[in-house]
Write a protein that binds this ligand. Structure first.
Ligand code: ADP
Length: 478
């Protein structure tokens, strides 16, 4: 029988998604479970949005009482099997029956509750994991509580850092009211005198992973470590970078129901998607016009300040630019007004729209992702699937997945620049345009794009090996 793994996470496609974490938690179990060595299940909060769309298919497992400070809160556990994967959901009227997922004043408390509920539910589930695999800060305390209270004999823990910037920090006086942890454990939960959920996960986990080899190196430095880099001095040997894969069935231009013309390599079909999108967004219809796009959370991490600095100048070129995103007001305002100034060339679609995202991937020639930092990045991998050429800054997973095009050797699947500098970005954008207009070089580049493959297969086998290694029986034969 396979090793039993329980993923603990705050989002998971297709139930709830705000970013790449959901893609990973949604697709990695599918790949792992193709192999009989693992039986992966997933536990998530039961948000209002999930209740609305999935509740009728769920089955009640049990209800438990969870102590959060002075409050005794009920956690109702449901289950559902979807596409062969077993999902559990932690329901709470008080914490999760709200609009949206994050952004509440008590997010810290909500995920303290979630993590406690997961650990306290373990003994009553019909699934006693060999490994609890927690993802990002929202699940960090599950690792800590597992280590402290030992709910399942010999259970090991893995903690994956998807983005170290978001740590789940709770003021000391607030968290002392949230749970009663014996004094000797407080040190493992705190960082600089505050409760830090991400640090708690890193500190307590048997193994720590992050989502690309380059990011695993970067987070050990002050520049990228977001204040947590000193922890890795002690945990360096337990930290591994495993690059994310893409769900090739989900993101497949051959079968994607959201796009007008399905294709594999055909540029003609791809251009049909471009014309369709141009029509939909009110841009001049011209399939030869190079189209640059971004699909992103509108936050500083994504290099939006660089784009802002040079956007008007770049739009002097004969190009079109489409941005789909939602996030900080600063950026929403900028891109809204930038469209007013450049309305035949730029469309800023401010919102979250999965179908439109697919149409943009399919229509585009270039995918722009000049991130300040990027743990892995899925968007550039999805872009490659849809034969859109990524233009990235050389950081984290972008550096590990996008190889700069070399005209002489005809190698590389995209364009990249090194320094966080707007004019380096402008330079590479203009260079990419020159390549677009050079048929020989453009087709050499597209050949390499067509060959790029970021399936989950290799990465899933690295996770499977990691799980095996936890009890000493390291097994290379996965
Ligand atoms: P992050 O997790 O930091 O947001 P990733 O590149 O890892 O970045 O993953 C982003 C995921 O979210 C991709 O699947 C991307 O297509 C999707 N996405 C981002 N913004 C939007 C949006 N506004 N509408 C639809 N999908 C989006």
């Amino acid at each position: 029988m396979g090793k039993k793994i329980l993923f603990v996470a705050s989002e998971c496609s297709p139930f709830v998604k705000t970013g790449g974490l959901a893609d990973v938690v949604g697709s990695l179990p599918q790949e792992l479970n193709k192999n009989e060595k693992t039986d992966v299940r997933v536990i998530l909060p039961l948000y209002q949005e999930i209740i609305a769309n999935w509740h009728s298919q769920m089955e009640l497992v049990t209800s438990i009482q969870v102590q959060v400070g002075w409050r005794n809160q009920e956690a109702t556990i449901y289950q559902l099997v979807h596409q062969g994967i077993h999902y559990y959901f932690v329901g709470s009227d008080y914490y999760f029956e709200r609009k949206g997922i994050y952004g509440y004043y008590d997010d810290g408390e909500r995920f303290v509750f979630f993590c406690r509920a997961v650990i306290e539910a373990l003994p009553v589930l019909d699934f006693q994991p060999d490994v609890l695999h927690a993802h990002d800060w929202q699940a960090g305390l599950a690792v800590a509580f597992a280590k402290i209270s030992d709910p399942v004999k010999d259970m090991k823990t893995v903690f994956t850092i998807h983005n170290i910037k978001y740590q789940g920090i709770i003021p000391k006086d607030a968290y002392q009211e949230l749970f009663n942890i014996p004094e000797e454990h407080i040190g493992g939960l705190e960082w600089n005198g505050l409760l830090n959920c991400m640090k708690s996960g890193i500190f307590h986990a048997d193994k720590i992973t992050t989502v690309s080899p380059s990011y695993a190196e970067e987070i050990q430095t002050p520049y990228y470590g977001e204040g947590l880099h000193p922890i890795f001095a002690e945990r360096r040997n337990d930290l591994i970078g495993i690059i994310n894969g893409v769900d090739l069935d989900e993101y497949n231009p051959m079968t994607d129901p959201h796009i007008t013309s399905n294709y594999k390599y055909s540029r003609i079909k791809k251009k049909e998607n471009k014309e369709n999108l141009q029509e939909k967004l009110g841009l001049p219809i011209d399939s030869e016009k190079p189209m640059y796009v971004m699909i992103t959370r509108l936050v500083e991490q994504k290099g939006l300040h660089l784009v802002q600095t040079i956007l008007d100048e770049f739009l002097q070129e004969d190009v079109q630019f489409v941005l789909l995103g939602t996030g900080d007001d600063e950026f929403e305002n900028f891109y809204f007004h930038a469209q007013q100034r450049n309305n035949q060339k730029l469309v800023s679609y401010l919102g979250f729209d999965e179908a439109l995202a697919r149409q943009i991937y399919a229509a585009s020639d270039f995918f722009v992702m000049p991130s300040l930092f990027e743990p892995c990045g899925l968007s550039q991998l999805i872009a490659l699937q849809y034969k859109s050429v990524p233009i990235v800054r050389e950081t984290g997973g972008l550096k590990d997945t996008v190889i700069p095009f070399d005209e002489t050797e005809e190698t590389g699947n995209g364009f990249s620049f090194s320094n966080y500098n707007a004019h380096e970005l402008l330079h590479i954008l203009k260079y990419s345009l020159a390549i677009y207009h050079d048929p020989t070089r453009w087709s050499a580049l597209l050949k390499n794009v067509n060959k790029s493959n970021f399936s989950w297969k290799d990465s899933a086998s690295e996770y499977a090996n990691l799980y095996q290694s936890l009890d000493g029986s390291f097994n290379k034969a996965y």
